[in-house]
Design a protein around this ligand. Structure first.
Ligand code: DQQ
Length: 517
């Protein structure tokens, strides 16, 4: 065990795991670190059949400091085995932290490209893995890029997207240009060690819109992720018409805003943007996403579900940060992305409750669904006429009936009277918690609903909520204090709930975990 060095390390390390596991708000079927701090997914991949999830980890306590790479493996994307820490800061370029990065297959050699932090600045570093990916050796030449591009006034410079194109490697490093906007710098290399700078792939415009806007592109792009949404590989001229996608997390002066994506076409040395989109309506609650193509060809994405409670509350709880469930990413006909939890997750389903119908149609008092629980997977088929609204309440603190619960988290689907085939998904957290200190901001955004039909999926894991409405994602955190587990359903106006299916979800961790597996 390392010596506690940080003033926030107030919980003794041998108590952290017990403290974390005792927290009723800690998710049970999402991946969480054994205790302490977790942030971005890193090096997400499938290698010889096994899935690898690395993550930004501080085992010293639930605060961001001296970040290491935690590591877990899985054969099914559902249950995870803790593995030894993959990267830890050491004398040299990563003495202050091993920040985010990726895993690539260098002719059979597993290789990490990550951001080493030293004296408050990050630079690209490389480490090579043993064949089982459990032991990592840092390159003696780190950093492999000595400095950000000369003559450019940057806001920050870190995080990596690396891919093979023809006979060369290409790399993006997230950054921002002062007075202009976020960007990703493009490099090329024959060996992952010597990199030629090509130029900015594409530069955002931070003067467009307002920092409070849900699609403001920020002054720096964290964790850039470039991929082709359909079949075909990046840079190849043959394509099934699917767009190339540049995902980034908009950042400004220490504030994590939200993940966004540009669709467009990557060709030659630049990216021609077509349109900008919000990636997840939960904003910072699905931050720094990273994706990979698995051996079956699916694109799978993880994101960091950061906390909405105070720094002090996290430290006290002994843990912070949840990894989202892995979600598949596909392109809809209009070129925008659709998300769904990987189907493997369904193996955790127990105790099915099914109602079909119509279960509920307009202007009814809240219906007691007979469903209750804090770990649930709920699927609903809705039909909304113009002006119709359906409201699903979860984590309600009273047993149903007409009285308004003291605490309840409410998911709303609404089709405006003149909304055509579009409607709104909204997460109302104003009554999620009696604790006035937790984040309760409204989260919402438009959802296509052809003919008023909506497939709604709500995955609830104590403080973690992932919502998918016709493949549009809204991810957030909630902190109920009363321990309520009631599920209610209500409709207003011309709206019908055609069916409801719900399952209790089993936990994925048995037995005590170790901070240092
Ligand atoms: N988190 C990492 C950085 C990245 C940020 C540090 C995004 O590499 O830019 O823990 O959440």
């Amino acid at each position: 065990m390392t010596e506690l060095t940080h003033p926030l390390a107030t919980v003794p390390q041998d108590e952290l795991v017990a403290r974390a596991e005792a927290d009723p708000l800690r998710p049970r079927f999402h991946f969480v670190s054994p205790a302490g701090w977790l942030n971005d997914p890193n090096g997400v991949s499938q290698w010889n059949g096994s899935y690898h999830l690395f993550y930004q980890y501080n085992p010293e306590g639930a605060f961001h400091h001296r970040i290491q790479w935690g590591h877990a493996t899985s054969t099914d994307l559902v249950t995870w085995t803790d593995q030894p820490v993959a990267l830890e800061p050491s004398a040299g370029q990563d003495a202050e932290g091993c920040w985010s990065g990726v895993l690539v297959n260098d002719g059979g050699t597993p290789t990490l490209v990550y951001s080493g932090r030293l004296e408050g600045r990050e630079l690209p570093c490389v480490a090579v893995g043993s064949p089982d990916l459990l032991t990592w050796t840092k390159d003696a030449a780190n950093p492999v890029i000595a400095a950000p591009p000369a003559g450019v006034d940057i806001t920050a410079y870190r995080d990596h997207c690396v891919w093979r194109e023809g006979t060369k490697w290409r790399q993006l490093v997230g950054s921002g240009i002062s007075g202009r906007g976020g960007t990703a710098f493009l490099y090329e290399s024959a060996d992952l060690r010597t990199w030629d700078y090509i130029g900015p792939l594409f530069i955002g415009d931070a003067s467009q819109g307002d920092p409070a806007d849900t699609d403001w592109t920020g002054t720096m792009w964290e964790c850039v992720d470039l991929f082709r949404a359909g079949q075909g590989s990046l840079g190849s001229a043959t394509s099934d018409g699917s767009p190339d996608v540049l995902v980034f997390s908009a950042w400004n002066d220490g504030d994590t805003h939200h993940p966004l994506y540009w669709t467009g076409r990557y060709a030659g040395d630049s990216f021609e943007p077509a349109a900008l989109h919000r990636l997840d309506y939960g904003g910072r609650f699905f931050y720094a996403p990273q994706s990979f193509q698995d051996e079956s060809g699916r694109r799978v994405m993880f994101g960091w579900m950061q906390e909405g409670r105070s720094d002090a509350a996290m430290v006290e709880a002994g843990w912070s940060g949840v990894m989202s469930l892995p979600r598949t990413v596909t392109a809809a006909e209009d070129g925008t992305l659709r998300f769904a939890p990987v189907p493997e997750i369904e193996k955790l389903r127990r105790d099915h409750v099914g109602l079909s119908g119509p279960v509920l149609s307009g202007l009814l008092e809240p219906l007691d669904t007979g469903v209750s629980g804090k770990q649930l997977d709920i699927e609903l088929e809705l039909e909304l006429e113009p002006g119709g609204l359906v409201r699903l309440g979860v984590l309600g603190s009273v047993g149903g009936g007409t009285s308004s619960p003291a605490e309840e988290t409410v998911i709303e689907l609404y089709r405006a009277a003149d909304g055509g085939n579009n409607g709104t998904l909204r997460l109302d957290r104003t009554r999620s918690s009696l604790d006035p200190a937790v984040d309760a901001d409204d989260k919402s955004g438009p959802v296509p609903m052809p003919g008023g039909r909506v497939h709604l999926r709500v995955i609830l894991d104590r403080s973690a909520v992932e919502i998918f409405a016709n493949g549009i994602a809204l991810t957030a955190r909630v902190y109920p204090t009363l321990g309520g587990d009631h599920v209610s359903l209500a409709a207003e106006g011309p709206a019908q709930v055609q069916s409801l299916d719900a399952w209790t979800m089993a936990g994925i961790f048995d037995g005590a975990r170790s901070l240092f597996p």
